[in-house]
Design a protein around this ligand. Structure first.
Ligand code: KG4
Ligand code: ZN
Length: 348
């Protein structure tokens, strides 16, 4: 089965060709530079960029996979959640192509695709569902932070999510306070590698609460107060490295502690992690050592599949189609506020 998949939920335009669980081609056109001067994603600009980039991205992956439109058995696109107008570009593109080619069209839940992305690995990347294990899954990015109990393949239950800022948003907002360019997460990661994570003590919000929810806005606010109380601090470069490392340590500590706590409580032997913040080196290191200490298998999404990409959309769409568990209605619309707990095993 050969699929073309499209992802345009936020600020990356991505297309991929997936055949029998193998990612033949995956292209991501990042708009980070376009939004940098505004310090965040501007929906109107994102939508226009998707309109410019969608067809070239699709063309590029088809050519690179040596696949023509007539070889396609299905088209998939992200249905939600995401920026409404951004989602519409990829979704309408996919629906139109499916209509013209008279092939099934599958709308995919963005978070569910992140959820299964750690099972895509290798060169070329391939879905490894034969090794599937029930897991506790951390999805952590700029727009979402959540823990999910995956009880069986395509069966999952949302355990908790952030009550305010996502972890990536916290990285980005703190980076902005420090004066780092957008998106600040990767930059914080880079500077933190040179600092002392124990230099300053920042709060670990909700770390000991008996639930699986998160909250990161207080951590961001405490950095704002810290900078207010230490005028001139940002001129001392080594101290800035320490600040980045200490804030990062707080975020990572909360994520790792709550993930492992959920895994122990639910008695699962596997933890997975995906989403843009999973690129963070300290998070990868700390999750690895915590899982190793606990004798738990860890599957981290590969770095190029952590951030938004169409490969994960295509892999999940194929899986759903093969299991007869995909809605292929061309009447479907985008669902910008679609949360994982509204999503049952029956797609909409
Ligand atoms: O999954 P993603 O591409 O988009 C969303 O769906 O949000 O994640 C983007 C987020 C941004 O907040 C970015 O700063 C963060 O992931 N991020 C990182 C790192 N790389 C990306 N945060 C910390 N360390 C990194 N290395
Ligand atoms: Zn995402």
């Amino acid at each position: 089965m050969t699929l073309l998949a499209i992802e345009t939920s936020c600020d990356e335009t991505s297309a991929a060709v997936v055949r029998d669980g193998v990612v033949l081609a995956n292209a991501v056109s990042s708009q980070a530079q376009l939004h940098a001067e505004y310090g965040g994603v501007v929906p109107e600009l994102a939508t226009r960029a998707h309109l410019r980039n969608c067809l070239p991205a699709a063309n590029m992956v088809l050519r690179s996979a040596n696949v023509t439109a007539s070889d396609l058995d299905a088209i998939a696109a992200t249905q939600g959640p995401g920026l409404p107008s951004a989602l519409l570009v990829g979704f309408q593109f996919g629906q139109t192509l499916a209509f013209v080619l008279q092939k099934p069209f599958v709308g995919i839940h963005h978070h569910e695709a992140h959820l299964y992305s750690p099972w895509i690995a290798g060169d070329p990347p391939r879905a490894n569902f034969e090794n599937f294990q029930p897991s506790v899954s951390l999805i952590v990015s700029g727009g979402h932070t959540m823990l999910v109990h995956v009880t069986a393949e395509l069966e999952h239950r949302l355990l908790g999510s952030t009550l305010d800022d996502a972890a990536g948003e916290c990285f980005d907002k703190v980076a902005k306070l420090i004066g780092l360019p957008y998106p600040g997460g990767p930059e914080m990661d880079r500077l933190a590698e040179r600092g002392n994570p124990a230099a300053f003590s920042f709060p670990r919000p909700m770390i000991h609460e008996p639930n699986d929810d998160f909250s990161f806005s207080g951590l961001k606010t405490s950095v704002r107060y810290f900078l207010r109380d230490h005028p001139g601090f940002l001129n001392e470069q080594p101290r800035v490295f320490d600040l980045c490392a200490s804030v990062q340590a707080g975020i990572v500590d909360v994520l790792v502690t709550k993930t492992l706590k959920a895994a122990h409580r639910l008695r699962v032997r596997c933890v997975t992690a995906s989403g843009g913040v999973t690129c963070n080196r300290a998070l990868r290191r700390e999750l690895s050592s915590a899982c190793e200490r606990a004798g738990i298998t860890l599957r981290l999404a590969e770095r190029n599949l952590c951030t938004d990409n169409a490969a994960m959309i295509g892999v999940l769409a194929e899986r759903r189609l093969r299991r007869g568990n995909a809605s292929t209605s061309l009447d479907a619309d985008v669902r910008p506020s679609w949360t994982l707990d509204q999503y049952t095993n029956t797609p909409h």
